[in-house]
Write a protein that binds this ligand. Structure first.
Ligand code: ADP
Ligand code: MG
Length: 290
């Protein structure tokens, strides 16, 4: 592919990505949150961006996920809590295509059956995942890490010719502010604090403008200050993206949560506001009371 053609491609991509949510209409009505009308695109007409029903997974006969049903609304920030071994990480493995369930349904929007897609396809569909440990490129700068996040879906040859266009530069700048790293653009990622590395990795996910973000214990190992900034960050992402956040830090959950889902033994034990689930005897017994 010539650089010219490639530029045209990135322009098209940028235009596509820049298409504002509010510009989308359907039959003279403005369409729902992040509803883009293209073949295979996300259909949010039923008010759910993620839908799991009666999902089961066994590992050598052990039921890690056992009749799990759950759904998340577009723009929602859902918190997931529960004891170690409850199946929280396995649930994320299922949503992202890393683990195939034995039975059950997993849908992205109303029409995309995630069980028919593999891991890279699911990432392309707009589901980003943050693992527990930060995985930034330590020898590259903050800027280069974010730049690289735009290239990951391109071939090697395309990456060699890759140059950010104006819209992409703006996007990098916007993400730098969102993740509080605007003052560290040129710093080598390896020199950042643990919390800053976590933010950078979240920034790398944001560069791909995911519709749904899955975050597994994002504030583990952070200082109190970093944890507070992360809460602000997540609250600022709510509404623009849907988020599923697994955490044990109750004061963090208290700051960011609307609805909290408690997982235990591979299914939902309780769901409600943090105050409601904290008052639930069964939740106290299996998790909070210990
Ligand atoms: N690949 C696997 N093979 C065997 N057992 C697994 C595998 N992944 C998870 N498990 C088991 O499934 C259960 C749920 O694990 P996990 O989803 O990591 O829990 P959580 O994240 O809630 O702590 C645990 O008992 C764990 O040992
Ligand atoms: Mg886990």
């Amino acid at each position: 592919m010539t650089p010219d053609l490639f530029d045209a491609g990135t322009e098209r991509l940028a235009t596509h990505q820049a298409r504002a949510v509010s510009e989308v209409t359907s039959g003279d009505r403005s369409a729902g949150f992040s509803r883009v009308h293209e073949a295979g695109s996300l259909d949010l007409t039923h008010g759910r961006i993620l839908y799991l029903e009666d999902v089961h997974v066994s590992f050598d006969g052990f039921k890690a996920i056992n009749g799990l049903s759950l759904d998340i609304a577009p723009g929602e920030l859902r918190c997931i809590i529960g004891p170690n071994g409850a199946g929280k990480t396995t649930m994320m493995d299922i949503i992202t295509g890393k683990t195939k369930p034995d039975s059950g349904q997993v849908f992205f929007g109303s029409t995309i059956d995630l069980l028919r897609h593999n891991e890279p396809e699911i990432a392309q569909l707009g589901i980003g995942r943050k693992f527990q440990k930060p995985t930034v490129f330590e020898h590259l700068s903050v800027f280069e890490n974010l730049e690289l996040a735009l290239k990951t879906h391109k071939g090697v040859a395309a990456s060699l010719f890759f140059q950010l266009n104006g819209a992409q530069r703006d996007r990098v700048r916007e993400v730098l502010y969102t993740i509080h790293l605007e003052g560290s653009v040129k710093d080598q990622a390896g020199n950042l604090s643990h919390g800053q590395k976590q933010w950078l990795e979240i920034g790398m996910l944001l560069m791909q403008d995911p519709k749904l973000l899955l975050l597994d214990e994002p504030v583990a190992g952070m200082t109190d200050f970093e944890t507070e900034r992360t809460a602000e960050l997540f609250l600022s992402l709510k509404g623009k993206h849907s988020l599923m956040v697994v955490e044990h830090d109750m004061s963090f959950i208290n700051t960011i949560s609307d609805i909290v889902t408690v997982l235990c033994d591979g299914s939902v034990l309780a769901q409600g506001t943090l105050a409601q689930v904290q008052a639930d005897e069964r939740v106290i017994e299996v998790y909070l009371g210990r």
